[in-house]
Each structure stands twice: as C-alpha cells, then as structure tokens.
Ligand binder design. Structure first.
Ligand code: NAP
Ligand code: MG
Length: 513
C-alpha cells in the first residue's frame, strides 16, 4: 500500500489552476436546479415534500431541489439498513477499505467540480472549498488505512495452552447527522468511518447543504458501494432526526453540529426504548468558543495574521474559528491596530468571483450574527466592520470588537460568524484563566516566545486542539486528530487513530488448546 501524506491544496495564484477552477464553476452552474431523490436500498424515491437548496451568496439561485423523507420513509430506510447489515458486516475489511480508496480517487479526479458545488451551495470561497474537498479525500484515504490496521486485531498475552485475541467487529445501523459547514468533508468522514467499519448507515444531511451530499452518494455508488449500505434520507432534523435517534434498532448516532442539538441527541439516545437490547453509542461533536492568546513576548505580526485568518476564514463558520483574542496589555493596542489593517485588505462578496470571504449560510445565521453585532455595540467597541447586507445574499463584514470584559456575552457565546472579540489581560496567568472561562474547549492558540508559557499552555490550556505560534483552524486528517472537551463534545478525535473504534465493538476470544 502506498504510504499516504495528505491531499495537496490548490495554488490559485497559478493561472492554469485559476482557469481550471473557473471552468468547473461554469460546468456546475449549468447543472444547478436539478432534482435529487432519496436513496433507500439503491432505490431512488421522489417525494412531494422538498428541500430547496439555495446559494447563500445569491439568494435567487436554486442549487437543487431535494426530496424530503418523513417518518415512514425513515422507517423503510431503517429496515433496509438492518437487512443490509447482515451481508455488509461479513465483507472483509480490505474490500470495504478498497471502496473508500476508489471513492477518494473519483473525488480527486473531479476535485474542482466538487469544490465548485461547495462555492454555490455553502458560499465557500475557492480556497475554503478546495480545503473541504481535500479533507474529504484525506478522510477516505486515512480511514481506509486505519481499518486495515485495526483489522489485524490486538495482541493479547496468553498462558501456555491457551490462545487469546481481541478483535473489533461492526455494531449495526448508525444514524449519521452532519452539519452544513464542512458539507463534503465532515459529511463524508462521518459516513465512511461508519461504513468502512462494517456498519450500515442512515445519512441525514444538513438541510442547508443536501445537494453536495447527493453528489457524494453518486460517488459511493460509482465506487461500488453495495445498495443499502448508505441510505440517503434528507429531511427535517426535528422530525426525521428525533425519530431515528429514538429508534430501538439504532445502534449508534454520529452527530456533528450545535450544542443544543447535540445535547438533545445525547439525552434522547440514553433512554432505552421498548425492544431495545443495547445502550446506544453517541458521538457528539459540538460547538466552540476558540481563543488565540497573545503573550507580551511574541511575534506581533504573526499574532495579528493568526487572529484575522482564523477568525474570518469561511466567515468564521468553523467550529475551530478564532472568536476571541486574549492579549497582554503591553501589546494589545498594536495587535488590535494591525488586525484591523489586515482585515481591511480582505475582500467580501460573491465567493464565485474569488473573494476572500463570502456570505453566511442562511437567514437565521444572518439574523443571529447581526444581533450579536448589536450586542457588541453595548458590550464593547466595534473597531472594524459591523455592516451587514442581505439584499442579494447573507453578507456580513469581518467585524472586530475591542475592549470586552471576560464575562461579556461576546466572549462566552458561540456566534458562528465573522465576529472576533478582543480582551485585554494583565499577564499570562490571567490570559489562561480567560481562555478557559467558557463552557467550550475545542481549539486554542498561544502566540509567544516564552518557553515556560508554552509549557504552561501545554498543561493548563484546556482545549482538545492546542496550537502554538499559529492560528487555531486548519487541522489536517491524521496530523491533528480533531475534537474538543467540555461542551464541545465527546472528544472523538476525527481523523485520529482511535476514531474508528467509536463504531466498533471489541470481542475477546479465548481458546483452550
Ligand atoms: P445544527 O443546527 O445542530 O445541525 C446539525 C445537524 O443536526 C443538521 O443535520 C440538522 O438538521 C440536525 N438536527 C437538527 N435538529 C435535530 C434533532 N432534533 N435531531 C437530530 N438531528 C437534528 O448545527 P449546524 O448549524 O449545522 O452546524 C453548526 C454547529 O456545528 C456549530 O455549533 C459548530 O461549532 C458545530 N461544529 C462542530 C464541529 C466539531 O467537530 N466539534 C465541526 C463542525 C461544526 P437540519 O439541517 O435539518 O436542521
Ligand atoms: Mg442549523
């Protein structure tokens, strides 16, 4: 097996790449507005109720019209997945992994095309879309390889005259509920991890981005995934989601999204239903309120760049986005000033035209972020941005808010938009205290030249993913396994060597010889 590094990102400063991407945008634009069916056991089913997916940067552009599942169809999908599990679980791990490698190859060949779908459906700027597709490829390559490793079993000790082993086996039907913010990468990673481990899946994509998920279903089919292994059932989170989370035959739920929905799923899944003979497993990866700490002795240019790009990449709509900058008082003014200067150079507009920042995902997000900008005016001082415009799409300027108290709402609540809160502290102790003062603990960075402070952050900065002297976004599959503590979730560490075990159970086998 060829060793795997990670998928390279596209250099859009090269004219030939730019041209190829523009062609992909054109190709996909001609395919917008099509209809997509549910897929249950390989059967395409069209329903009367539809989800209309629109371009958040250009509200009148329809990306696709997707059939919506109801409870009856969710039940049909469950029965199909239960049946299919009986054959799929017997497939050798190798052959299951091969399907991931083939799907990765298909996406790689059509990389720009997939990125273009993300530009239209999720409002992703080119580079963000390219990164999303690269991550999807990485998940498939990585989980395929991890499955081959896990399939070798675990070494156990043995007395003479006895043979012991422990191996991992598939669990059953999993409900996969991804978010819209990495609509290809996270949706793909959550789906293929459940599948390569021998489970069957009910995939309920996020209602903002069902078309990219439908395109991925085409890839799985082309790659040779048997019918019924992944059943595609777009629909309302509250209707289909609750029904399947509660279902007695659901073996596990793999969720990534907001804290509210994640805690709801965790609670509901804990209840043992009539006829249920196991405890459901729940992987719930949730929100963040991520901090970049800037120390007194630090590269201040690096600090400002790290803050700005981690705060405004994909309009701050990453669970890892920097939403708080906690800065030593001696360097606060300079980092704030420099951050505003860098933000000034960012272009905002239709991501199709190559702007740095596009829209936020929908009207609800636009309204929520706008309301936080109003709160910002009371709690602190807006030193950059603050303007919003929903005439054509859901656009919000990159917004820097200064002089917030550690207890301000802007410092505590997940906004999930292009708004970063600056807070001044008197020393490194206070910086860590403020950094740890939210309910979340997902990512964080420290910009410093002080080795002792680095050691303290290593020990005491309580986040699932800690970065030193770089921004807090952009984890790479296999390099920075991803997942947070506290209300950021179950710390499943997606893209890490222990992730697949979430969807497997370990069986110990002993034979007297
Ligand atoms: P969300 O509103 O919680 O939605 C996530 C998924 O849950 C969607 O598919 C949604 O369906 C579904 N859902 C809604 N209600 C449900 C219910 N009652 N039962 C079952 N499923 C239900 O989150 P989002 O707005 O898509 O994503 C943003 C959030 O995700 C942020 O908080 C972000 O920090 C977090 N996130 C975390 C990570 C991580 O790794 N920790 C990664 C990415 C994002 P509908 O679309 O139909 O409502
Ligand atoms: Mg949502």
């Amino acid at each position: 097996m060829v060793p795997y590094k990670h998928e390279a990102l596209t250099d859009f400063s090269k004219e030939e790449n730019k041209k190829a991407f523009q062609e992909a945008l054109k190709k996909v634009e001609a395919e917008l507005g099509k209809k997509y069916d549910l897929i249950i056991g390989g059967e395409h089913i069209s329903t009367n109720e539809k989800i209309t997916s629109i371009n958040p940067g250009k509200k009148d552009q329809v990306i696709g019209v997707v059939s919506k599942a109801n409870k009856e169809l969710a039940e049909k999908a469950m029965q199909t997945a239960l049946e299919t599990f009986e054959s799929w679980r017997k497939w050798p791990a190798r052959l299951r992994a091969d399907i991931l490698f083939r799907a990765a190859a298909i996406v790689r060949r059509r990389k720009h095309e997939f990125s273009a779908w993300l530009v239209y459906e999720a409002g992703k700027p080119w580079a963000e879309a390219d990164g999303d597709v690269a991550e999807a490829i990485d998940f498939m390559e990585y989980y395929g390889r991890q499955m081959l490793r896990i399939d070798k079993g675990v070494e156990c000790l043995a007395e003479e005259g006895e043979h012991n082993e422990m191996y991992y086996k598939p669990m059953g039907v999993g409900v996969v509920i991804p978010p819209w913010n990495f609509p290809l990468a996270i949706m793909c990673g959550m789906t293929v991890s459940a599948v390569v481990t021998g489970n069957t899946v009910l995939l309920k994509p996020a209602s903002n981005t069902p078309v990219i998920a439908a395109k991925f279903m085409e890839v799985l089919e082309e790659a040779g995934l048997p019918a019924g292994v992944v059943n595609f059932i777009p629909g309302s989170g509250s209707e289909v989601g609750d029904y399947l989370v509660d279902h007695p035959k659901t073996r596990f739920v793999s969720f990534t999204g907001s804290r509210d929905v994640g805690t709801r799923i965790y609670e509901r899944a804990a209840k043992v239903q009539d006829g249920q003979v196991w405890l459901k497993r729940v992987v719930a990866e949730m929100g963040g309120k991520d901090t970049i700490v800037v120390d007194k002795d630090a590269d201040l240019e690096l600090a400002a760049e790290s803050i700005v790009y981690a705060a405004f990449g994909y309009a701050g709509q990453k669970c890892s986005a920097c939403s708080r900058a906690v800065i030593h008082e001696d360097v606060y003014d300079e980092v704030l000033k420099r951050s505003a200067e860098i933000a000034e150079g960012l272009t905002v507009g239709d991501p199709k035209d190559g702007n740095y920042m596009g829209p936020v995902i929908d009207k609800a997000a636009f309204d929520k972020i706008s309301s936080y900008i109003d709160i910002a005016k009371q709690e602190g001082k807006i030193v950059f941005g603050g303007e919003v415009d929903e005439s054509k799409g859901f656009y919000i300027q990159p917004t820097i808010v200064a002089d917030l108290s550690p207890e301000a709402r802007l410092m505590k609540e997940e906004i999930f938009g292009p708004v970063v809160a600056f807070c001044k502290v008197k020393d490194f102790d206070e910086a860590l205290e403020v950094a740890n003062n939210t309910d979340y603990a997902l990512t964080g960075s420290v910009i410093t030249k002080n080795r002792e402070h680095i050691a303290r952050a290593h020990r005491d900065f309580h986040v699932g993913n800690l970065y030193i002297n770089r921004g807090c976004t952009g984890s790479v599959v296999g390099y920075q396994p991803f997942g947070g503590f506290k209300m950021s979730g179950t710390d499943a560490k997606a893209g890490g060597p222990a992730y697949l075990q979430n969807f497997l159970e370990a069986k110990t086998y002993t034979e007297r010889l």
